[in-house]
Design a protein around this ligand. Structure first.
Ligand SMILES: Cc1cc2nc3c(=O)[nH]c(=O)nc-3n(C[C@H](O)[C@H](O)[C@H](O)COP(=O)(O)OP(=O)(O)OC[C@H]3O[C@@H](n4cnc5c(N)ncnc54)[C@H](O)[C@@H]3O)c2cc1C
Length: 447
């Protein structure tokens, strides 16, 4: 008996996967011959632009995550890890249950939206010891670490150890690195008011970027503004330099920082905390797939379809066009959203035997926040800096949150934060990593 139902399978519950599923749901909401399935390893959409604010505690963690079941009401949802994609047999295998029984899902149309993971460029010891900023757990772990460092430093008598505890290195001058550095710096500066033996001057936040500028892709005037503002707020920025090693205590740079940075002219930084935001790479399952890959991403044609595999699409951070024209845009949430909408449309057109549309994208501008009350933005040819750019960032991202209830909660968090003292309580779970700085080489008597 021929199957009349069409099965659409979406992999990944990030911006691309969720937007695509929602769009498909809106096209086929009353069509019971279309089955939509969404698979993701978490049961929520994480609103990454606000992740750095979780570190600072400006926003509560559960306010930037939205349950997939609340967002996608028609689709069947599997919270599971994709283990294998077989585009020849047209099925996907999911990780097994605790009884070790795997799940195989067959599809007629497949959308791969599995995003990316942190790229350590083979630096094994950096990977082992550093903090990352990709998941909610990453942000909470980092927040806990900052507070832990303040607590340890407060009663530390040895000035060298104290300095190491209070030095924080962020690697990568892109969106994630700059916004995280800004939030960390503000948080630490506000938090010291609770600590009697620690002053603002004891805090060292250092941003390391391999190229000649932070926030590449922004207009030069805006990046200069951001650079100067961050420095004025106390962040030291080391450009054209790369971290080559970190053993949990010492960060090694590949060359001496310029004297103007204002740190010892040595290529080492004593620090217990390194945050790595220097690059992303598509998830392993994609890198090991049979699809044609470029820079680790799946190559797609102008319809976002994978050549030679009709009905299979790749979108968001894990996809890459074969031509340079469409590749000029950096991987962002707004680009993932545009991919998602087009692929949902193209699947609908294919099912209805109509013509597909090519990808065309008009860049809408970009903005970044650089600490409390300051930002930069490029919108409709305008270049905005300072307070108004910060307001613009907030309004833009608030409206982009797909869940109205979460929007209100974030808005309330922000406003309450304006009038309240910073919260330095930890969230009650500790990272698995061993507390290397708590090893007992000797015991001090304290009187
Ligand atoms: C800290 C930070 C700040 C950012 N700030 C901005 C910003 O201000 N503006 C902006 O536009 N962009 C920003 N971005 C970039 C933006 O988050 C990404 O471009 C966007 O998330 C890409 O969407 P995606 O759906 O392709 O991938 P993702 O959002 O990464 O989604 C991929 C999904 O797939 C799931 N997944 C992965 N592997 C598997 C598997 N094997 N099995 C099952 N599920 C799996 C993941 O859990 C995830 O849910 C930021 C990113 C970070 C990390």
């Amino acid at each position: 008996m021929a199957l009349t139902k069409k099965r659409i399978l979406v992999l990944g519950g990030g911006f691309a996967g969720v937007d695509c599923t929602r769009k498909l749901e809106s096209y086929f909401h009353s069509d019971y011959d279309i089955e939509i399935t969404l698979v993701s390893d978490d049961n929520f959409l994480l609103f990454t632009p606000m992740l750095p604010q979780i570190v600072a505690g400006t926003v509560a963690p559960r306010h930037i995550v939205m349950s997939l079941r609340a967002l996608c009401k028609k689709a069947r949802i599997y919270e599971s890890v994709v283990r294998d994609i077989d585009p020849v047999q047209q099925h996907v295998t999911l990780e097994g249950t605790p009884e070790k029984i795997g799940v195989r899902i067959h599809y007629d149309y497949l959308v791969i939206a599995l995003g990316s993971e942190t790229n350590f460029f083979g630096l094994k010891n950096v990977e082992k010891h550093s903090f990352t900023m990709k998941t909610l757990a990453d942000a909470i772990s980092l927040r806990n670490r900052l507070i832990d460092m303040l607590e340890q430093a407060e009663n530390e008598k040895n000035p060298k150890i104290k300095e190491r505890l209070l030095t924080f290195v962020i690697v990568g001058g892109g969106f994630a690195g700059v916004e995280t550095a800004g939030e960390i710096n503000d948080f630490l500066h506000d938090a010291v008011s609770y600590y009697h033996n620690t002053k603002k001057e004891d805090i060292h936040v250092i941003l390391v970027e391999a190229t000649s500028t932070i926030l590449q892709g922004f207009n030069k005037r805006l990046t200069e503004y951001a650079h100067n503002k961050l420095e004025k707020n106390g962040i030291k920025i080391i450009l054209e330099n790369a971290v080559t090693s970190f053993d949990g205590k010492i960060v090694i740079l590949n060359k001496l920082p310029k004297p103007s940075v204002g740190i010892d002219s040595k290529n080492i930084i004593n620090s217990h905390t390194l945050v790595w935001t220097a690059g992303v790479t598509p998830v392993e399952i994609i890198q090991n797939s049979i699809f044609k890959i470029k820079k680790g991403k799946i190559i797609v044609n102008e319809f976002l379809e994978i050549p030679n595999y009709s009905g299979v699409f790749a979108i968001g951070d894990c996809s890459q066009f074969d031509d340079e024209v469409n590749n000029k845009f950096p991987p962002t949430a707004q680009l993932a959203e545009a991919h998602a909408k087009l692929v949902a449309y193209n699947i609908k057109q294919t099912i209805e035997n109509k013509e597909k549309k090519k990808f065309e994208y008009s860049w809408k501008g970009q903005s970044a926040i650089i600490g409390k009350h300051y930002g930069i933005a490029e919108v409709m040819g305008m270049k905005i800096t300072g307070f108004w750019a910060w307001i613009l960032w907030r309004n833009y991202y608030l409206t982009k949150m797909p869940n109205i209830e979460k929007r209100i909660r974030v808005w309330l968090d922000w406003n309450i934060d304006l009038f309240s003292r910073i919260d330095i309580s930890r969230y009650g779970f500790k990272r698995d990593a061993s507390k290397e700085y708590r090893e007992l080489d000797e015991v001090d008597d304290v009187w």
